[in-house]
Design a protein around this ligand. Structure first.
Ligand code: FAD
Ligand code: DHB
Length: 389
């Protein structure tokens, strides 16, 4: 088989890139290790920046997001028993959209089916070859048979555990990492949200987040230990712990219900550089991970895709390699700013097991400064709604 761009991974980055390229007449094939249903079953991000929403529109897949997504003009930060609103709209005139990654993935899959572009699900043993030449290849097996795709470029959109980043020679790839000493235990429940906006809570027992997917569906998280097991957390124990970390008004409005999903995510900051090697480009979680506190994971995947899509269009339509050559530096410049913001949000809102009395006083003082300073709130707002592409 031959295509122009072989895309590894049918998560948000792979599907969005595939759709944007196809819209500009650039042929592509997506190879995905899992089934489509499996990909859709993963409950992940929920907050969409304007830039990512615009890109989804550009891909022709944004209609349902505009119909069903919830526009949020701010967030609430809770500490010391009180809540403080950060009003994005007033501070910088922008908002975010609350719309689940699952829904975005479904919209992109439907869009891809509608234009008849090819996705090969359950592709096993995907391997990358000749990425240092201008005729790279991807091999995979399916139903016991080995196949090969010849292409011009490979887009590694296969997430943190994918094969693409590992195909870059070790002497070329530099990685930077911080692993946090806690995780997030999250549940999804068919009950109305506790508040109209997201509540990010700092409490001495640990962080908590009250988010949502719709006016009738809540997504709730609490900071947990790294060695905690999902099976050991009953719904009752989850709500008990969540309530301890919320303010009185939130506790009053919390409607416990049976969880329809429950999972634990570890928290990590990670960046691999460069994001291009020869004819291979990395995009999204394949190149970087942020702790979820700033809601940046999916949004960063979208900005990578934006730069890569522009670079490939420039290559095919204007015969210019300039965008391709600049891709890694352009993407990484925005990646590191989001890494910084996510690290900062994580540091301010969680209880670190090793923190001293001094560390805790500094953390509280930083939060008090934040909610009393127009400048500090503006800095948070600007980063939360997303820095420009
Ligand atoms: P992925 O979504 O990981 O997609 C990669 C795809 O590649 C997958 O479908 C995978 O099956 C496929 N793949 C992997 N290896 C291979 C292979 N060898 N061959 C073929 N295909 C392969 N972000 C937030 O902003 N907020 C959150 O609350 C949040 N929660 C998260 C919870 C978890 C458990 C995780 C893992 C991530 C979370 N994120 C969150 C991050 C966000 O979901 C990711 O940043 C986003 O999914 C990145 O999209 P992606 O397409 O780059 O990677
Ligand atoms: C959600 C996840 C986040 O990491 C975040 O910062 C905000 C919302 C969510 O899943 O709804």
């Amino acid at each position: 088989m031959r295509t122009q761009v072989a895309i590894i991974g049918a998560g948000p980055s792979g599907l969005l890139l595939g759709q944007l390229l196809a819209k500009h007449g650039i042929d592509n094939v997506i190879l995905e290790r899992q089934t489509g249903e499996y990909v859709l079953g993963r409950i992940r991000a929920g907050v969409i920046e304007k830039g990512a929403a615009d890109l989804l529109d550009e891909a022709g897949c944004g209609a349902r997001m505009h119909r069903e997504g919830l526009i949020h003009d701010g967030i609430e930060i809770s500490f010391g028993g009180a809540r403080h609103r950060i009003n994005f709209k007033n501070l910088i005139g922008k908002s975010v959209i609350v719309y689940g990654q699952t829904e975005i993935t479904r919209d992109l899959m439907d869009g891809r089916a509608a234009i008849g572009a090819q996705t090969i699900y359950e592709a096993e043993d995907v391997s990358l070859h000749d990425i240092g030449t201008d005729r790279p290849k991807v091999r995979y097996s399916k139903d016991g048979q080995t196949h090969e795709i010849e292409c011009d470029f490979i887009a590694g959109c296969d997430g943190f555990h994918g094969v693409s980043r590992k195909s870059i020679p070790a002497e070329v790839l530099k990685t930077f990492e911080r692993v946090y000493p806690f995780g997030w235990l999250g549940i999804l429940v068919d009950k109305p949200p506790v508040s109209d906006e997201l509540i990010y809570a700092n409490h001495e027992r640990g962080f908590a987040l009250c988010s949502m997917r719709s006016p009738t569906r809540s997504r709730l998280y609490i900071q947990c230990r790294l060695d905690d097991k999902v099976e050991d957390w009953s719904d009752e124990a989850f709500y008990e712990e969540l309530k301890r970390r919320l303010d009185d008004e939130a506790i009053k409005r919390l409607q416990p219900g049976p969880s329809i999903e429950k999972s634990i995510a570890p928290l990590r900051s990670f960046v691999a550089e460069p994001m291009r090697h020869g004819r291979l480009f990395l995009a999204g979680d394949a190149a970087h991970i942020v702790p979820p506190t700033g809601a940046k994971g999916l949004n960063l995947a979208a900005s990578d895709v934006y730069y890569l899509w522009q670079a490939l269009v420039e290559y095919y339509k204007r015969q210019s390699p300039a965008g391709i050559n600049a891709y890694s530096a352009r993407a990484l410049s925005r990646v590191w700013k989001a890494e910084r913001f996510s690290w900062w949000m994580t540091s301010q809102l969680h209880r670190f097991p090793e923190s001293s009395g001094f560390d805790q006083k500094i953390q509280r003082s930083e939060l008090e400064y934040l909610v009393s300073s127009q400048a500090a709130m503006t800095a948070l707002a600007e980063n939360y709604v997303g820095l420009p592409y």
